[in-house]
Design a protein around this ligand. Structure first.
Ligand code: IMP
Length: 194
């Protein structure tokens, strides 16, 4: 049987690889490149739910193809939940992943409470209707960078119960426990149930 196609509304190559690993055998996750769509995707809302919905609807309106988008925030207790929904541009417009990590390490310098959580919301648009799925993983912010895998804040995020940061973990281990892994798996479980 031919796999059903599901478009991932993202320009992030790391996220695409992760979702393809999680998709399993029933679904083929296709990219914006696969449908010849080269576009910036707006994310101007002030919640993860709002941004995930905005991104997915934007791509659905352009393509008419069933699709999903995610939005993720790193919520740090000692920073009152920051960077949260502003995780991508925390160190300023046009900043790099490393700029963001540096800003976090500086703000957390000398701070004892290092508890944090990654929260991800996935919005699936199926036959024009939106469905939301959430994934969370608790952990702590390390005092320095470790590992060179993954992306974003991975080198400074140590998930609870593990001795490796996300950036030190093999991809399949991160995908099995991560915020996005959890949310995307929930979405695929929903898809096989409808
Ligand atoms: P986005 O808006 O969902 O792309 O996520 C916002 C920012 O959160 C990204 O630019 C990354 O810096 C960070 N982020 C998202 N997912 C992850 C992850 O799995 N590991 C580390 N950082 C992430």
């Amino acid at each position: 049987m031919e796999k059903r196609k599901l478009l991932f509304a993202t320009n992030n190559a790391h996220k695409l690889i992760e979702a393809r690993e999680i998709a399993g055998t029933d679904y083929q996750v296709i990219s914006l490149q696969d449908v010849d769509l080269d576009t910036d995707i707006p994310e101007t809302q002030d919640t993860l739910e709002g941004n995930a919905r905005q991104k997915a609807l934007f791509i659905y309106d352009k393509t008419g193809i069933d699709c999903f988008a995610d939005d993720t925030g790193l919520e740090i207790d000692a920073l009152d939940g920051r960077p949260g929904v502003y995780s991508a541009r925390y160190a300023g417009e046009g900043c790099s992943y490393d700029d963001n990590v540096q800003k976090i390490l500086e703000e957390m310098d000398g701070v004892e409470n290092r508890k944090a959580c990654f929260r991800c919301v996935v919005c699936l648009i199926l036959d024009g209707e939106a469905h939301l799925f959430e994934g969370r993983i608790p952990g702590e912010i390390t005092r320095g960078r470790s590992g060179d895998g993954g992306f974003g804040y991975d080198p400074v995020f140590l998930p609870t119960g593990y001795t490796m940061t996300f950036a030190e973990m093999p991809a399949h281990l991160k995908n099995g426990i991560s915020h996005r892994g959890i949310a995307v798996s929930k979405m695929f479980r929903f898809l096989v149930s409808v």
